[in-house]
Design a protein around this ligand. Structure first.
Ligand code: TXD
Length: 319
């Protein structure tokens, strides 16, 4: 059976990391696309030379021509600009919306049957715009944010409780912004709810609240430290988990930015909720029962996403 084809649109910090992870896991042949001449070609050549050492068989190529993504099974989009200190994710909207228009056209023309994972910020607006520009079915276009935000939440909780990250199952819903919703009532350590662990004296409400806030500002914390850009190892790792769920028909329930129309009382927008990811892309939007506080927080997050969509429509009247 021919190897799958993974197209990475954007060959920057996350794109290069995606390529390395996909190659090490032998997910398929890899095409790195970018508008910067030389970058995708240079990274592809460098990554190819990992093969003899790592022992992976994957053809890794770099290109500046969208035609080379033809027939991709998965397309992961990181094209655009990242944050610098002092910038919010929303500040990226104007530039990255125009990038999504070009990327959407490229995918529409050359890879209309792909499962598309958008990473570019502001994520909840960019994934919606990419779906509009590409014209692909809603179940084949998703945004990566919740897996990353949940991983950040899980990391901080594992440190707090002094347990293995393997045993922490964390849930973060809502938009990929300051209004994201870490849901402690659905977050467990080996099945034990975090709220019960607090009652058992393993932590305190104040510490958990501080972890929730650190999770919300997790991206900004790294931007402030790096100064030259934003996080890329965990974002790439998170997107690869989503790609594997699709390629392997894993039926994983993952927090992803998916198109929600009807469930959660939402009327047709992309926001982070639990979704079943399998061979048909988004196979189900899982509607979990939320307590009053989580419902209010999710609505606040949805309202923030809706404001971004209004801004997008104000910039590009084709939307
Ligand atoms: O959880 C999440 N979704 C976020 C997303 C986590 C971290 C980073 N987040 C966002 O991903 C970030 O705010 C950026 O919008 C993207 C990509 O971040 P990255 O760190 O990879 O940015 P780089 O290193 O600047 O790479 C972007 C590449 C760069 O090589 C540009 O030349 C290229 O995008 N680029 C384009 N490629 C194709 N087409 C166009 N028009 C284009 N414009 C820039």
């Amino acid at each position: 059976m021919a190897r799958k084809k993974i197209a990475l649109v954007g060959a920057g910090m996350i794109g290069g990391t995606l390529a390395h992870l996909a190659a090490k896991k032998e997910l398929g042949d890899i095409v790195l696309f970018d508008i910067a001449e030389g970058i995708p070609q240079g990274k592809a050549l460098d990554l190819s030379q990992c093969g003899p050492v790592e022992g992976f068989d994957a053809r890794i190529t770099g290109t500046n021509d969208y035609a080379d993504i033809a027939g991709a099974d998965v397309v992961i989009v990181t094209a655009g600009i990242p944050r610098k200190p002092g910038m919010s994710r929303d500040d990226l909207l104007g530039i990255n919306l125009s990038v999504m228009k070009a990327v959407g056209e490229g995918i529409k023309t050359h890879a209309p049957d792909a499962f598309v994972i958008c990473i570019t910020n502001p994520l909840d607006a960019m994934v919606w715009a990419l779906r509009e520009f590409s014209g692909l079915p809603h179940n084949k276009v998703v945004g990566m944010a919740g897996v990353l935000d949940s991983a950040r939440f899980a990391t901080f909780l594992a440190w707090e409780f002094g347990v293995s990250v393997k045993d922490v199952n964390a849930f973060v819903l809502g938009g990929h912004g300051d209004t994201m919703v870490p849901v402690t009532s659905y977050t467990t350590v080996s099945g034990i709810p975090v709220d019960d662990l607090v009652k058992m004296g393993k932590s305190s409400k104040a510490s958990i609240d501080a972890i929730v806030q650190r999770t919300r500002s997790g991206g900004g914390e790294i931007v402030g430290l790096l100064k030259t850009g934003s996080a890329y190892y965990a974002p790439a790792t998170s997107a690869i988990a989503m790609a594997e769920a699709y390629l392997g028909d894993q039926k994983r329930i993952l927090p992803c930015a998916v198109y929600v129309d009807g469930k959660y009382g939402l009327d047709g927008l992309y926001v982070g909720v639990p979704a079943v990811i399998g061979a048909n892309g988004v196979e189900e939007v899982v509607e979990i029962a939320l307590d009053a506080e989580a419902k209010v927080n999710l609505q606040t997050s949805v309202d923030a996403v809706k404001e971004l969509l209004v801004a997008c429509k104000g910039i590009d009247n084709s939307l």
